[in-house]
Design a protein around this ligand. Structure first.
Ligand SMILES: *[C@@H]1O[C@H](CO)[C@@H](O)[C@H](O)[C@H]1NC(C)=O
Ligand SMILES: *[C@@H]1O[C@H](CO)[C@@H](O)[C@H](O)[C@H]1NC(C)=O
Length: 391
């Protein structure tokens, strides 16, 4: 009998590990089962700052509940406990022995960001599980990233709007991070640490940081001139950074396949502005809501056979063959979702410059979405005969 039990035990362990966790009572937090990943637990309400919670509440919940692992834990609108003044303090082992894959913390209140302190051992039980950490709305002046120093799986880091960020520490975990997102952080000044501290970055999302042409050029150049970054970065997003030009050095990034420059003030694309490595399939090139007036021939170079290019909400008046024909021809494969989106541009259709598309290559129109002349007629409704006399 004893032998049987001993033999069975390992089997039980395996079973226990594969049985999905079910939600128990996480009040005042809420719980949701998210197949096949596990539990999502949310504490505090991001839309109702009155229902804020303290680190003591969080500790009580995790000391009480049985599930040993939570896939995603969001601590929204944390508030200071009664004894900690205006400072939010997350103590050692705040989740008891429980571990998380993804952890989000926000400490914003209507009165503004609150100071957050995290004990170096606060999330010690998650050191080997945590893959993603995000933080928003906090005053970083007393935040020490030491609590992430022993993580072995952390690959993704996201910093939202906040105050008094003091830069990235020299900690080994940063070298494993492949995805870095910094958004709406108006006084972010540590762009010059990115290339060095995050040598294997694959995705860099630096959105709404208002850095401007000069600093963004230096940032891209620093990544492009690092041996690793040059061969690792695949996604680069620079939304709302007051860019008036396409950043230089993009073509030195050998793996780049996604570029998002939404919401800048770029007016002109020179030849080779986007010269992607021809061995990489471009996925997205987003230039929505810029001030584009003119695009030079061969501005787009690379493999666009599966690419989606957004040029909508600009001031383009021409759709020239020297710019678009090669790209559209690459997009012809039937299975592909590729296309060029050009909604909300005042294209001038009265002259002959569209004859190549409307009269000579109408099959390419299938990959042009939202083209409309300044007089309101859609590209699809233009008559080939209208271009009869064009050369
Ligand atoms: C955790 O819960 C147990 C009861 O289940 C209690 O005895 C213990 O004091 C709690 N620990 C903390 C730190 O609250
Ligand atoms: C707009 O311009 C095009 C090209 O000249 C013409 O074919 C079309 O009929 C015009 N549409 C309207 C509504 O005037």
């Amino acid at each position: 009998m004893m032998l049987l039990i001993l033999l069975l035990l390992p089997t039980f362990d395996v079973l226990a590990a594969t049985v999905p966790d079910v939600c128990e009572d996480y009040t005042p937090c809420s719980c949701q089962e998210y197949e096949p990943y596990g539990l999502i637990v949310r504490c505090g309400d991001p839309f109702d700052h009155k229902s804020s919670i303290t680190s003591l509440d969080v500790h009580d919940v995790f000391n009480r509940t049985k599930a040993r692992h939570v896939f995603w834990l969001d601590l929204f609108s944390l508030s200071p406990g009664v004894d900690s003044g205006d400072v939010i303090q997350l103590p050692a082992d705040v989740l008891s022995e429980k571990s998380v894959d993804r952890l989000g913390i926000s400490c914003s209140t209507l009165a503004g960001p609150l100071v957050l302190e995290i004990h170096p051992d606060a999330f010690r039980s998650s050191a080997h599980q945590m893959g993603h950490f995000e933080i928003a709305g906090c005053d970083f002046s007393r935040l020490d990233f030491q609590f992430l120093a022993d993580t072995t799986s952390l690959i993704s880091l996201s910093l939202g709007p906040g105050l008094n960020f003091r830069g990235f520490p020299r900690l080994p975990f940063l070298a494993r991070v492949t995805s870095l997102r910094i958004y709406n952080y108006m006084d972010f000044r540590y762009w010059n640490q990115i290339a060095g501290r995050f040598p294997f970055l694959e995705s860099l999302f630096l959105d709404g940081t208002q850095l401007g042409d000069r600093l963004i050029n230096k940032l891209v150049s620093s990544i492009a001139s690092s041996q690793t970054g040059r061969h690792s970065l695949t996604q680069l997003s620079l939304w709302e950074n007051r860019l008036s030009r396409v950043p230089e050095h993009l073509s030195s990034l050998k793996k780049l396949s996604y570029v998002n420059l939404f919401g800048n003030a770029i007016r002109f694309l020179a030849k080779g502005s986007f010269a992607f490595n021809s061995e990489i399939k471009v996925t997205f090139l987003i230039l929505t809501r810029n001030a584009l007036e003119r695009i030079e021939p061969d501005a787009f170079q690379g493999d666009f056979s599966e690419a989606i290019i957004y040029l909508d909400y600009n001031h383009l008046t021409r759709f020239d063959s020297a710019v678009y024909q090669k790209v559209l021809e690459q997009m012809r494969s039937l299975s592909s979702v590729a296309g060029i989106y050009v909604r909300n541009n005042p294209f001038e259709c009265g002259d002959c410059h569209l004859a190549w598309l409307i009269r000579d290559k109408p099959h390419l129109l299938k990959r042009v979405f939202g083209g409309r002349c300044s007089n309101g007629t859609q590209f699809e409704d233009l008559k080939p005969e209208g271009y009869h006399d064009c050369r």
